[in-house]
Design a binder for this molecule. Structure first.
Ligand code: MRU
Length: 354
């Protein structure tokens, strides 16, 4: 299977008015598509992580709003009543997961579109469907730009790139952010290779990143999260590129738990540490990473692996899903508008045209 051309992680199916997505809970054992037919089903798909990864759940939120609009239009044709019910659904969808800001960004964009439209209810529903499809297609274009800007940073022949979690095609609609950089770099130099952190507790690196790269025949070595320092110390890693779930106005970046440790180790070894993310992941409404809400997840993710308990009953557990890497540890943020460099508060403002 040619993974990079086959995959659209999430796609609106017009003929059925459903959002079709790759079920990420069963990869790498199975490749299964799921049709999400209602806004409630979309809430569950995001919450249970059938769909995951910041840009992908943004599109899921946009599709969820289109599904909500279809449902509400069957109950009322009064535009004010429609908007009131749509607003409630928007808040509901946004409450499915707290950290990745792409979800709030896409849901709010859909609601604003409905609110500002001068159209009747049925036409407004169509506007939301069309806009969801537009965001879906734009996501792939944005990732290709991120990939190409990032590939320019990979100057060493046969470079080794370390990544954490999954910021690939499956975390987006296609191509990926951090893995978009890898794909573009590999297209220029097919001797590069990837080191993929396992990414406990949910193992998105082991399960999803290695799946994508093996499918695309890009050399990948799986390591556990604690091994990065060992390989950096041996000079075996040339750069680190990871994705992001929310970036504050000063460049502080929330990403999958363990990213902060990785950034510290990379800085200690003078290995450049980059973030790859679309501008929709930047939350300019918050000044620093201190304001980023961190999802606390089910303790079973820590106490169990693949449904099997790995520790004594009665142990205490804490399970934050994300951590925040301070901007001082980040060499650059690779976006669709180019690579942003410190001071990030200024380069971010400029990227938004302010
Ligand atoms: O909890 P997840 O799997 O939805 O986590 C999000 C991520 O995939 C990562 O943090 C990723 O690096 C950023 S999204 C491209």
């Amino acid at each position: 299977m040619d993974f990079k051309s086959k995959i659209k992680t999430i796609e609106w199916i017009d003929s059925k008015n459903v959002s079709r997505m790759v079920d990420q809970l069963v990869i790498p054992y199975e490749y299964k598509l799921v049709d999400v037919k209602t806004s409630n089903e979309m809430y569950n798909a995001i919450k249970t992580m059938i769909v995951r990864g910041a840009p992908a759940i943004g599109i899921a939120g946009a599709h969820g709003m289109a599904l909500a609009a279809i449902e509400i239009s069957k109950k009322t044709k009064d535009k004010n009543e429609f908007l009131k019910l749509l607003k409630e659904k928007a808040e509901f969808l946004k409450s499915s997961r707290p950290t990745a800001v792409n979800l709030m960004w896409a849901v709010d964009k859909q609601f604003e579109l409905a609110k500002n439209s001068k159209t009747q209810v049925d036409e407004t529903v169509q506007l939301l469907i069309d806009h969801g499809i537009q965001l879906e297609n734009e996501d792939i274009e944005i990732n290709k730009k991120i990939g190409d800007f990032g590939a320019e940073l990979v100057t060493k022949k046969g470079a080794s790139i370390l990544t954490h979690c999954n910021a690939g095609a499956l975390a987006t609609v296609g191509y990926g952010t951090a893995l978009g950089v890898v794909r573009s770099a590999f297209a220029k130099d097919n001797t590069i290779q990837v080191f993929a952190d396992e990414t406990r507790p949910r193992q998105q690196g082991a399960k999803i990143t290695t799946f994508e790269l093996v499918m695309d025949k890009i050399p990948v070595t799986l390591i556990t999260d604690g091994m990065s320092g060992y390989f950096m110390n041996k000079g075996m890693i040339d750069m680190v590129v990871v994705g992001a779930d929310r970036i504050a106005a000063n460049g502080d970046t929330a990403n999958k738990i363990g990213t902060y440790n990785l950034a510290i180790v990379a800085n200690y070894h003078k290995v450049p540490f980059y973030i790859a993310a679309p501008l929709s992941t930047i939350d300019t409404s918050i000044k620093s990473g201190k304001q980023i809400p961190i999802e606390e997840r089910d303790h079973e993710e820590v106490t169990h692996i693949n449904g099997k308990r790995i520790c004594a009953e009665g142990v205490n557990v804490i399970n934050p899903g994300f951590d925040v890497t301070p901007h001082e540890l980040i060499k650059g943020i690779i976006t669709e508008k180019g690579v942003l460099y410190p001071p990030f508060d200024e380069s971010i403002k400029k990227a938004f045209g302010n």
